[in-house]
Design a protein around this ligand. Structure first.
Ligand code: AHG
Ligand code: MN
Ligand code: MN
Length: 298
């Protein structure tokens, strides 16, 4: 089935228009990738250096989303919020995994649609989706009940998104673990837990793009973590732009996501910039780590 038909049956029409607009833009970004590899001298609100592709993606997605007339606001990791007259509150990480741009490892774009003005609690998420520009351009989407995936292929007349999987599920146990930051910086319970996973025969796989790493967990089961570290107890990943959408999708795929103590989807972020530690993947593994951290780390 083609994207347009599927999302119109799955989502309210304003949200479907936003998804459809973003899918259009993702093709353009994919096409631009080979010639947009510069690093700029500008920085984003986190003080991080921007890549040309960060800025291009931010501009293209924002412009096209606003053109649908359905957005109430677009908030982005890369620039200040824009407000408009529609009903859909859109949060985006327009280019996830910027450090992979020049190495041709996967990068992505992450979106979260809310029904309330941002920042707001996770209970107001209505749908979430992300693109991965890897060997394949894919769109992974959930309205909260199940998780489906579309893959782009070339047909006469151009590129199209077709449905590849309708009900992605994260296995209860898993094969891989994927943890960011430096081991020596991890808090103790995380360090010991990862040693335990290695003793069980689980293997490390880490690509450095959140959505790329999450894709592996979605396929093989296991656990992704960007932990609390000694120098960054609030982690690195951004609640609104990265953590909430992936946690929403993980839950719809029967997985679980925690900040080490609580369900991420019970969070009530108070600023757009908030970051958090995140552990997401197979429910049994994330719960096990959560109880280790709660027992041993205050
Ligand atoms: P972004 O490119 O949007 O700034 O996100 C990068 C994030 C995330 O994609 C990834 O999981 C993590 O940073 C990688 O961090 P390390 O380079 O510390 O591994
Ligand atoms: Mn990111
Ligand atoms: Mn980004």
């Amino acid at each position: 089935m083609m994207l347009e038909e599927y999302i119109r049956s799955l989502l309210p029409s304003d949200e479907a228009s936003v998804v459809s607009a973003c899918a259009e833009v993702s093709l353009k970004i994919w096409e631009e990738m080979p010639r947009r590899k510069a690093v700029l001298s500008t920085t984003n609100p986190y003080g991080e250096k921007q890549a040309e592709l960060d800025v291009l993606s931010d501009n293209l997605f924002r412009k096209r989303i606003l053109e649908t007339g359905e957005a109430a606001e677009v908030v982005s990791e890369e620039s200040p919020p824009t407000h408009s007259k529609g009903k859909v509150h859109v949060a985006m990480d327009p280019l996830d995994g910027s450090s992979n741009i020049d190495t041709n490892n996967p990068v992505g774009s992450i979106f979260c649609l809310f029904t309330e003005r941002l920042p707001c609690p996770a209970k107001y998420i209505s749908s979430a989706f992300y693109f991965t520009y890897g060997p394949m351009l894919t769109l992974t989407l959930s309205s909260g009940k199940q998780v489906c995936r579309f893959v782009v292929s070339k047909r006469e007349g151009g590129y199209i998104f077709t449905l590849a999987e309708e009900s992605l599920k994260i296995k209860e146990e898993g094969e891989i673990y994927s943890f960011g930051a430096q081991r020596r910086e991890w808090i103790e319970p995380v360090l010991r837990y990862v040693e335990k996973l290695e003793d069980r025969g689980m293997k490390l796989r880490y690509c450095g793009t959140f959505v790329g790493d999450f894709n592996q967990i979605l396929k093989y089961g296991g656990i992704f973590g960007y932990p609390a570290t000694k120098s960054k107890p609030r982690g690195k990943l951004r609640v609104i732009y990265e953590v909430l959408p992936i946690s929403f999708i993980a839950r719809a795929a029967s997985g679980y996501s925690s900040n080490g103590k609580n369900d991420i989807l019970s969070l009530e972020p108070s600023s757009l910039e908030e970051t958090t530690p995140i552990y997401v993947g197979s429910k049994a593994l994330v719960k096990e780590l959560e109880s280790t951290i709660s027992r041993e780390y205050t």
